[in-house]
Design a protein around this ligand. Sequence first.
Ligand SMILES: Nc1ncnc2c1ncn2[C@@H]1O[C@H](COP(=O)(O)OP(=O)(O)OP(=O)(O)O)[C@@H](O)[C@H]1O
Ligand SMILES: [Mg+2]
Length: 511
Amino acid sequence: MFGKVLSSAVLGIDAYTVEVEAHLENTTPAAFFTVGLPEGAVKESKERVLAAMKNSGFRIPSKRITINLAPADIRKEGAAFDLPIAVAILCGLRHVDTHFLDKIILIGELSLDGELRPVKGVLPICINAKKHDINGIIVPPENQKEASFVPGLKIAPVATLKEVVEILNGKKAIQVVKNQDHFNLTTNKYPVDFSDVKGQENVKRAMEVAAAGSHNILLIGPPGSGKTMLAKRLPTILPGMTMEEALETTKIHSVAGLNNSKIGVITIRPFRSPHHTISDVGLIGGGTVPKPGEVSLSHNGVLFLDELPEFKKNVLEVLRQPLENRDVTISRARLTLTYPATFMLVAAMNPCPCGYYTDPRNECTCNDGMIQKYLSRISGPLLDRIDIHVDVPAVPFEELTNKVAGEKSESIQPRIQKARAIQTIRFKGKQIHSNASMEKTDIRKYCKIDKKGEALLKTAMDKLGLSARAYDRILKVSRTIADMEKSESIASQHLSEAIQYRSLDRSGWMG
Ligand SMILES: Nc1ncnc2c1ncn2[C@@H]1O[C@H](COP(=O)(O)OP(=O)(O)OP(=O)(O)O)[C@@H](O)[C@H]1O
Ligand SMILES: [Mg+2]
């Protein structure tokens, strides 16, 4: 006796169709095998499937059952095959009408009493189903919102195994949920706003420049000066997410199992702030069952590393690949996966171990050696990827109690959008999209400065003791500042402002 149903599984952030076959034989002793590279939860699905069938009123056959998951050469993880395995067995036992089974996909974990539990990766599974002319998909009720964002695919949330069988046998009407085709990506739904931040005009301006050119930024200031508060508000001024970005970010969160049933599709830019004790795998992804890391969870959003020097050296080291390539490649013995990782990096740190080196109101207790050691924990190659460094001074009490609200995120954002539009045109047909991603040849082409500018830059480099590494960063950031003013050429005032954003390079401070 034989039964076959279609299901799906995720590889990286995309899904592929899996055929679940059940072969039942009248041989004793009764047994249950799963083949087709099952891993972890799939191996254990036998126990859940048999209990769920029994508790749903089906008799467990005293037979030798073989389940095959095809294609057989890809490892399969997760509990989403419980439902298709149960239905394939029931097909083999002639309990289910096989009429529609080649046009629908079944996914769902089973509880021991036969209820359908939510699974990971539903969005990519639905996108794949649509691509392969599947008519509909049966999903656990908690996954329905996420599934309903794929147009043209019938989504049927079903609560129990028993109901699935009734529906397939035409004994119960199928309830299809409506596709959600109308999610508004433009409204600002962030719980925080830039206007919450009092004073700090300089820092806010630096963040605006960073957002306009997609430059990574480092905030340096004493404890309580508002670094975390400012960083959290960066996503609120970035351009609204496009539909493509929203779906891609949601796919990653879905695969990581972080999408909850209420959100559905992620329409606001993610803000991730992993603790400094995070491991390299946690940050860039991987593990025995590969999972996206924080760099991918912040895809199309902001990755905030608070207390940057406290992160382990090897962890900061692995950040270089995603910062350069905008994705992460994870290699396993039989498998290579790529997760997207395009994010803006915001890092924060105190200026010294005690935190008060730059604070006029508190005395710093660190000596030069301590400060040097503290700073040396951030490697040069990582600093090379951070275009803007800015001091965040403690805000005086009068400013904090000032009733006048600052500029709202919604009025800052259009300026950023305009600057980004200029860059989109500039880099049309190229691999890069923003000024921050310019390489040496692009910098030479798009960041030309006149004699006056050159003289200014030379004086600044000599006087402030700026390092050679600072030179290209200053040019890129000045390009962004000029774009914000819709200026074709980079003028002296653009360069002067960009020079300000190199706090950490200034030899006067820490060298
Ligand atoms: N400019 C500001 N406007 C309004 N509130 C502020 C401002 N700066 C700081 N605060 C208040 O101070 C609190 C502490 O700020 P925050 O945690 O962002 O500081 P921090 O620089 O990240 O400190 P730490 O170095 O200790 O992490 C904020 O939650 C906020 O309530
Ligand atoms: Mg903080």
